[in-house]
Ligand binder design. Sequence first.
Ligand code: GDG
Length: 501
Amino acid sequence: MSNLKDKNRFIIVSNRLPIKMEKEANSWRVSPSAGGLVSALSPILKNRGGIWIGWTGTTERIGLRPCREILDNMSKEIGYRIFPVMLTENEVSLYYYGLSNEIIWPLFHDLPGLANFDPTYWRAYRKVNEKFARAVARHSRNEDLVWVHDYQLIPLAQKLKELGIERRCFFFLHIPFPSPDIFMKMPWRYELLSDLLEYEFIAFQTAQDRRNFISCLNNMPQKLKTSGRGPVIEVTEGEKKIKVAYLPISIDFKSFTRMATSEKVCAMLKDYKKKLHRKTVILGVDRLDYTKGIPLRLKAFQMALEKYPQLHENVTLVQIVVPSREEVLAYSELKNNIETLVSSINGTFTTPGWVPVHYMYHPVPREELVALYRLADVALVTPLRDGMNLVAKEYCACKIDNDGVLILSEFAGAAAQMYHHALIVNPYDTERMADLILKAVEMPTKEKKSRMRNLRKKLKEQDVFWWVDNFLRAATGKALVDFPEKELPPILYAISPRGRS
Ligand code: GDG
């Protein structure tokens, strides 16, 4: 359809760069960061070359020379170039903690009661998006493909247009898109929909998300026409045509299975098994977030222990919670709530040699996580709402012996692909979840293996490369193989004064 030249590079734009910068006395400690988006895109950029533009994650002023050195070294380490957008404390507070996390995040996860519709947030959101647009304008060329990620940057294409910059812009929403009765509560609902219509291609995680988006468009004052069927349809607004798709994100399946068989992971697994004295292990892995359903999951586990004494001294729940957005009150309250529940369960049921809940409030290194996936007989992935949930997919990828059961919330995007072979649960139905815990623990080996084999087969076919390939085919008419690997060109940074990116 298009005359893309071979020079087209990916310009990935997301709120955060795929790195973490922490100040230590007079120097900076930088490390690659964890999270769904990074897990999904790093392998692609590494293999195909490209640029990532995003916020550094810090509001501290960094001098030009140290910043250049830090990012230069990091680019070499991660295998692709990164360019920073500098944000002030005030911008972060209003655009990131405010509009993004106090409005869009709860609203799009069906929790409008938690949204704080402060108009100053909205103005800052648009201003910061303009700043991101300036960074894109500076670091990209006409023929580049600008792939914008997630809810923090919805107005970016519109802002590029206002700056007079013509770029082909695509958008992927990692979180769910709500139904009109929830979305229409947003005071700036039409502006946000108009912003989305500035992309030439928009993709959602599931058919349900896209359906919700189209229903919201139907509420707009102007007339829009929708045509087509299947994963990619077309919306027409006057002369403008926008392709709208659903494309479930996935994981680098092969790299997880490879790591799961590595010597280091096998040694860790052996060690865990010894320490846990052959207990059946149930695993939960989540960022600290009220959408992940951690308290209800703990209540379901508690109920399972109350109802089924045969689980006592035999089953251990390992719950990892990765600290996130702790500065926000709702998150610090959630942490307290989780910790109260954990201590109540352990206080009630612990016996010498058995602690029912092993709770970790810190991230674990990737290899340790993979060893835990291998160890776990059951994974409990029970978000109240989730765009996709990569943990569900990673768990299955690591079950190389097919010896695990996935209990999955029907409100995770992943359920649309995995519902046939996972045990699907309504996360609000704690009684049913308790019963499913027993069912998973007691599931005959034959059924367990058959379910897991099927889950893994589909995941192997529809991995993250499949996702990118499909995204590119739908957006540009080109496939992933049409973007050949390139060497890293010399890195020349232009860090401008504070207030400009
Ligand atoms: C957003 C959407 C969507 C977790 N703990 C550790 C660790 N992790 C990694 C996991 C996984 C990632 O973090 C979490 O991904 P999720 O998909 O579960 O969730 P979000 O961060 O909320 O991501 C979500 C995703 O975007 C992608 O589109 O699926 O719905 O909300 O990769 O492995 N990694 C390490 N240690 C940990 O302790 N190393």
